[in-house]
Each structure stands twice: as C-alpha cells, then as structure tokens.
Design a protein. Structure first.
Length: 321
C-alpha cells in the first residue's frame, strides 16, 4: 500500500531528483534510514526510478508523437521494437490492439527521416503512419504529474524546489563529457558522484560544475518514473482534441491545471492538441470528458482512446530481464 509518506517522498524526488536522502528526511521530519527504506520499497512496488532527461527543445530539436495503425497481430511486436530504440519514449498499445502510439525524440533530421519516411513505412503489418510534431508543451517535461498530487505542503515544496531554468538563456554547446554524463543519468538520475567521476575520469568539482550547468540551462531535468495503478489510476487515456486556433492557448492553460492531465501539447495535424490523462476508472474518464473537456470553449471534437498497455515510459527493460 502507498501511504502519505510514500507520496511525499515521490513528490520530493520530482522536485529535486538528486536531493540527498538526508535533505529530504529533514524536510519531511523523518530519519535518513526511513527515507532510504521507503525509496527501496517504492522501487519494487511501483517501479520508482529517477531518470535524468534531456530537454530536446532546449537543444533546438523537435519532438514527435507518432500513431501507427497495425494489423491485429503486429502491435505487440512493433511496440517492443520501438521501445528498444533510444530515440523513443512513452510507447503504448491503444484499445483494440491495432494501434501503437509513441513519443519520438530524433537527434537529427536524418534520424527523423530514417524512421518516419523509411523504416516505418516499410515495416510489415504497419497499415498507416501519422506523425505529429510537438509545437508547444502545455504540461509535461520538467513539470511532472507528481507535482499535482499535493502531498507536500507549501513550505516543504519551497524547501525542495530547485531554482527554475532561465528559458531566455542560450544553452551551452555539449561536449563529450556532457554527453557521457547525460547518458549515465538517463539510466539512473541518482548515480552517485563517485561513479560519475570514475566513468568520466574527472574530478568531483568538474562533475558538479557540469551538472549544475546542465540543470541551470534547462538541458537536464529529472523525472520520477513509476506505475500508476497503486496510486489509484487504473485507466490511462489519450485525447486528440480538435481546437479552434484562437482557443489553443486558453485550452492549453486549462488542461495544464487539470489534475487528470499528465501531458498536454499543441501539435501539427488535424486535431491540434494531444493530451495524456489518468483516471480512477472509465466512469471517471466519462465525467472528465463531459464536465471538464465539454466545458472548454473552442474544442470542436475529441477523440479518446484507452492505453491498454504501456510498453515504455522513458526507459525500457525487456520483459525477459
């Protein structure tokens, strides 16, 4: 069972993924050993992992949301193949078992074209491919869904929240040391400094300085990955919203404030807005669509679909492991 202290710890890690257990314990009013023990238990019970994520937009790269219609026998295999790729995240199988949705982060236009225009088009059992470029994030990225659970009080949040990155500052050019650090932190955002030093051959002061630079520039942020079922959200849905252009900003602000929304963005394509949501059950999803989505001005239509299985959530481990 997940209790109030577990939720406080999860939200604390979302605010500062590398915060020492001693600092978190001090803010929460418990011992270091209690925080460490709860962290280990959450790793096994809800798959808790802190991951270092690169904000591709800060590096001038574009993110994509791709929908793939498949034959009934092809979705599982395609989802697993996409999940193994380092340039994909949030791979899911949608209701009906004939559609795969994934977020894609190609580093170059060549990588994008190789996947979207060549490889997927030639993949057996793929019937159609629809790619949507992310134009503006309304919610998601550095602002994780755990910020909405309100487990911490205002003083605790203030004590743990890191200073925000300056969006107007030009991001630094990345070198091989930066890339090595980002790769290691993506596998485990809480990798100790000693391991980062040993892997890169740098001193502690150099590694600390690089980490500070990557975080303060907004290139690096930390995300808490976990399963949602034990937090009371058995139903995960995707929503494609057709929105009048003049209402895009207002709809985006409204979606970002909804506790059900874990991700929302404006995209290219007929719909224009994509959102991923969490709900207690299908009845709660219906109420959300009728009461909250239905009350927003400018929404012309909505296409909901249930995620029947999430294959990848930022990181992927083969089921055989």
């Amino acid at each position: 069972m997940i209790d109030a202290l577990d939720l406080k710890l999860m939200q604390a890690l979302q605010l500062d993924g590398r915060a020492p257990f001693s600092r978190i314990a001090d803010v929460l009013g418990v011992s270091d050993q209690t925080v460490a023990r709860r962290f280990r238990r959450l790793r096994s019970s809800v798959g808790l992992r802190v991951l270092g994520i690169t904000d591709e937009a800060r590096l001038g790269r574009t993110n994509w949301i791709v929908r793939l219609q498949c034959t009934p026998d092809g979705a599982e295999q395609l989802g697993s193949a996409l999940a193994r790729r380092p340039d994909t995240s949030y791979v899911g199988l949608l209701s009906g078992g004939t559609e795969v949705i994934c977020a894609m982060r190609p580093r170059t236009s060549q990588e994008r074209d190789e996947l979207l225009l060549a490889r997927l088009q030639r993949t057996p059992r793929v019937i159609s491919v629809s790619a949507h470029c992310v134009l503006r994030y309304f919610y998601g990225g550095p602002v994780g869904w755990l910020n909405k659970i309100n487990a911490l009080d205002a003083d605790q949040e203030a004590a743990l929240r890191l200073p925000p990155a300056d969006p107007s500052a030009a991001p630094p050019d990345l070198d091989s040391l930066d890339e090595a650090l980002l790769t290691m932190l993506h596998r485990d955002g809480r990798t100790p400094l000693t391991e980062l030093q040993a892997a890169t051959g740098q001193t502690e002061s150099v590694v600390k300085r690089r980490l500070t630079r990557l975080q303060s520039s907004g290139i690096l942020y930390f995300y808490v990955q976990h399963t949602h079922e034990l937090l009371g959200n058995d139903v995960r849905a995707t929503l494609w919203l057709t929105v009048a252009p003049a209402s895009l900003a207002a709809v985006g602000r409204a979606l970002s404030s909804h506790p059900e929304v874990r991700f929302a963005a404006a995209t290219t394509g007929r719909a224009g807005v994509f959102a991923a949501t969490l709900h207690r059950d299908t009845g709660a999803l219906y109420t959300y669509l009728s009461d909250k989505i239905g009350a927003l001005d400018g929404i012309q239509s909505v296409e909901p679909a249930l995620i029947v299985r999430q294959v990848k959530q930022l990181s992927y481990e083969s089921p055989s492991r």
